[in-house]
Design a protein around this ligand. Sequence first.
Ligand SMILES: Nc1ncnc2c1ncn2[C@@H]1O[C@H](COP(=O)(O)OP(=O)(O)OP(=O)(O)O)[C@@H](O)[C@H]1O
Ligand SMILES: [Mg+2]
Length: 291
Amino acid sequence: MTNAVPSAAIEIRDLTKDFSLNLRGIKLRAVENLTLTVPEGQVFGLLGPNGSGKSTTIKIILGLLDPTAGECKVFGVPSRRVDSRLNVGYLPEAPYFYRYLSGMELVKFYARICGVTGKRLDARVAEVIDWVGLSGAAKRRVGTYSKGMLQRIGLAQALVHDPRLIILDEPTAGVDPVGAAEISELILKLKTQGKTVLITSHLLAQIEDICDRVAILDRGRLILEGNVTELVGQRDRQALIVDPLPLEQLEELKEWLATRGHTLNAVEQPRARLDQLFLSKVSRSPKGGKE
Ligand SMILES: Nc1ncnc2c1ncn2[C@@H]1O[C@H](COP(=O)(O)OP(=O)(O)OP(=O)(O)O)[C@@H](O)[C@H]1O
Ligand SMILES: [Mg+2]
């Protein structure tokens, strides 16, 4: 009998996670009855305030924590099974990397753990370091890297075994807007390669730009889930952007609209987003990474 091809990268069903806080049995419910599907080939944003259960959910997906109730599958394989992780790359929140290794040694270390060996090893490590833009700094100790460089070397270690699903827990924490934009570009490139990306971030503008779907958690509960365009789009409204109109022409336009039963709801000057202004003014990182 052949196995059916799973259409979901991650399937979470009725997931609950309680942490015991002390020996008297006091418990904290970090995730409550969560049901969620991450479709294959999409960028999926897991959002929520601090302490809402995002990292706990990720650790259960990765099999690093056992759920109290419910189940989780990765490409159809239950998370408790070791082989569910073969196709997964993971960048933890606040990763700790051994500071005396060079970037290249660090990625090699993770490559070996993930089963990349032999002749393929050196070529794959160099390829993935180049891909995250750190070739020029690959021989430097990780302890000398900036936060943005650390996140990019972390991304390289998550990608070195060419996984189908990449889980990034706050990959832009502490990274400046240029570095965050570069990480966004890399995530979108992963999507064009057919990868699935699950990302958590508190940078909601970044999430809106790169995610196909989002789920919002609050105190461990799912409060909203859906396609980003559908969630934030205002279908009952349209914005027309025109060159500045003299006052009398604006009045004429209002009258013209009124005679056709429409109302001009707002006249305002469109604003560039501050992040776009920032990115247009400051320099991009050189290939070796910013200091
Ligand atoms: N090992 C643990 N033991 C006890 N409580 C824990 C443990 N790990 C997480 N928690 C608690 O579970 C809740 C959810 O934490 P979690 O780290 O999943 O939140 P988060 O959404 O990732 O937050 P942040 O945005 O700050 O990263 C929090 O109240 C947290 O204190
Ligand atoms: Mg977290």
